[in-house]
Design a protein around this ligand. Structure first.
Ligand SMILES: Nc1nc2c(ncn2[C@@H]2O[C@H](COP(=O)(O)OP(=O)(O)OP(=O)(O)O)[C@@H](O)[C@H]2O)c(=O)[nH]1
Length: 599
């Protein structure tokens, strides 16, 4: 066990491509955690395993031993954090598990959108922050300007920013010294009852569920019987260890330490990020504050393009769910799409990640239906139903009112794009709460319906701001509004998968846009296809996709007029038949693209 004063726990925050992974590799290499000649092999190994098992190894924590200039040897624990708003809760938990952050900024680029979102999380967690200017080897690097920018925009002192090149190795020893001298040691009480935070967990094919923990107080040993305070689960600790970065067993973990345990836990679902782990007997009484169970907020249907692949899809979804507690699913059938699953996600990125993995790793072509949020449908008899799928909307005569989830969205944007951002938020039924400036960046806070954000808000925001806006949100609760279910009828048949909930005032506009889009997206058939949007029984928008005309008379060179007429009549009858029974083929991308609004 390491003494508290010789431990430093930290994370690295950075914008994509600013060099976070390269720096982490360098730190590991320089401290001999991995012998030089093993370096490549080690990293490759991990990737192979990842590929082989078809899972992402989530545990990106590593323990480094560093003999500092003061003659003492320090244990440095690095925790990697996911970098997207969907995982904001996971990020905030990992941030709680460490005392400091390295803020890596590319000295040739400067502070960018994600730098801000991530660094504010670190500030919220009361971290000591060491700014690191990376890529000083590049001719375009301008450390003084970027240091000034960090001070202006983020408001932290950057006079002592460490200047490095993670690529060539310049300055890496200074980073290690800065970690030891500028970040605080953790606090904790060895003699208090065990209190540890569950930071993360993942499924390993050989070891089962591996749980990453940060010990706050007390000591955990192999063989101890532990209790998860939120879920109530009781387990004996089979194995205790640290990542260096390969797994290494260890006899005990004390206050301030970060490591992993395995305890015959069957599924990742049985572990909850942010839970408090203590001893079954003589445990601590108060769990750690701030625990929030992962709650899916965005739902959509996933259907196989080829219905024969339904069983494969089921297998794949079950496998993914084992490793992801925040993802939920249940079977669903749709008249248009057959058998599939209604799945719940933490947000849109999460949805995309899962969909991508199903397609790429499991080779299943999918139809994704319109994402939806959970509505609260208040019935006239005083009861409330949660609506996850617009297709399940109860009969309106029994409905009193409908509430929708709202979010508080914080957007940081260079001021030249502010106008576009305000317009976008306004278009999405946003209510402005705040507008302030930090340097040349504006920070706007909006109260927005989640419904208006789940679809393509983030894409639109990125496109109107050329990628310079950062966006973060939190749920703030439910509020009633005039919401209706809009159905889409293709060839007079309602297509459930295209049903959406919309605000009544926007329904016509949305309906029209959707019908126009579908007209472009559905290929012509041999018959005429009406495409309609309707609320209840009332059609509010309509387009007609004209038929592909097959000229049956073309073959009758000359010939007499009656024969031509006969043939045309036959064709008409045939068309009628098809119109009646005809099945319209709606291409896969139509389900998603029809909903993209061009504002
Ligand atoms: N010239 C130069 N290139 C660097 C330096 N550090 C990193 N790079 C390069 O920058 C690119 C991004 O580096 P990564 O370490 O993958 O960045 P990251 O922040 O981890 O990016 P993500 O993993 O995508 O979040 C890579 O091509 C690196 O080789 C540096 O000091 N100098």
């Amino acid at each position: 066990m390491t003494e508290l004063k010789n431990i430093r726990n930290f994370s690295i925050v950075a914008h994509i491509d600013h060099g976070k992974s390269t720096l982490a590799d360098r730190l590991i290499q320089l401290t001999g955690t991995v012998a030089e000649r093993d370096m490549k092999e080690q990293l490759l190994d991990a990737m192979d395993i990842e590929r082989e098992r078809g899972i992402t190894i989530k545990a990106n924590t590593v323990r480094i031993e560093y003999p500092a200039k003061d003659g003492e040897t320090y244990v440095l624990n690095l925790i990697d954090t996911p970098g997207h708003v969907d995982f904001a809760y996971e990020v905030s938990r990992s941030m709680q598990a460490v005392e400091g952050s390295l803020l890596v900024v590319d000295a040739s680029q400067g502070v960018e959108a994600q730098t801000l979102a991530n660094v504010y999380q670190a500030i919220d967690a009361d971290h000591e922050i060491v700014p690191v200017l990376n890529k000083v080897d590049l001719p375009a690097a301008d450390c003084d300007r970027v240091a000034e920018q960090i001070e202006d925009v983020i408001g932290i002192d950057a006079t002592d920013a460490v200047r490095i090149s993670a690529k060539t190795g310049i300055g890496i020893p200074d980073v290690l010294e800065a970690i030891v001298t500028r970040l605080p040691a953790p606090k904790g009480d060895r003699d208090a009852p065990l209190k540890a935070m569950l930071v993360d967990s993942y499924y390993d094919a050989y070891l089962g569920v591996v749980v990453i923990i940060r010990v706050i107080d007390g000591v955990i040993k192999k063989g101890d019987r532990i209790k998860m305070m939120r879920t109530g689960g009781l387990y004996p600790v089979d194995r205790l260890g640290v990542f260096r970065p390969a797994m290494q067993n260890i006899a005990e973990l004390g206050p301030g330490e970060i490591g992993f345990l395995t305890a015959s836990i069957k599924q990742v679902r049985d572990t909850r990020v942010g839970d408090t782990i203590t001893h079954e007997k003589k445990g601590c009484t108060e769990p750690l504050p701030g625990f929030k169970p992962a709650q899916p907020v965005v739902f959509c249907g996933l259907f196989p393009v080829d219905s024969a692949e339904f069983e494969d899809l089921r297998d794949a979804i079950e496998k993914l769910a084992l490793n992801d507690a925040s993802f939920s699913y249940e079977m669903e059938t749709s008249a248009a799409l057959g058998f599939g699953f209604r799945c719940g996600f933490l947000g849109l990125l999460h949805l995309e990640v899962i969909r991508d993995r199903l397609e790429r790793e499991y080779g299943i072509d999918l139809i994704t239906t319109a994402p939806s949020v959970i509505y609260h449908v208040h019935m006239k008899d005083g009861t409330m139903q949660e609506l996850h799928n617009p297709a399940d909307m109860p009969d309106l005569t029994y409905v009193d009112h409908i509430e929708e989830p709202r979010i508080k969205a914080t957007i940081l944007v260079p001021d030249e794009y502010l106008g576009d951002v305000l317009k976008l938020c306004q278009d999405r039924r946003g209510i402005q709460q705040d507008l302030t400036y930090a340097g040349t960046r504006a920070m706007v806070v909006y109260d927005l319906p989640l419904n208006e954000v789940v679809f393509d808000f983030y894409d639109r925001l990125k496109s109107v701001t050329k990628g310079y806006a950062s966006f973060d949100y939190q749920m703030i609760g439910y509020r009633a509004d005039f919401l209706v279910k809009m159905q889409v009828l293709v060839n007079d048949e309602p297509v459930d998968a295209l049903s959406t909930m919309v605000h009544r005032d926007r329904a016509e506009q949305r309906g029209r846009a959707m019908c126009e889009k579908l007209k472009e997206l559905i290929p012509r058939h041999m018959f005429k296809i009406p495409i309609q949007a309707a609320i209840g029984g009332r059609v509010i928008a309509r387009e007609t996709l004209s038929a592909m005309r097959k000229d049956v008379t073309a073959k009758c060179y000359g010939g007499d007029a009656t024969r031509k007429k006969k043939l045309l009549e036959k064709q008409k009858a045939g068309k009628k038949k098809m119109r009646q029974f005809g099945k319209v083929e709606i291409p896969q991308q139509a389900f998603i693209n029809a909903l993209k609004m061009d504002d």
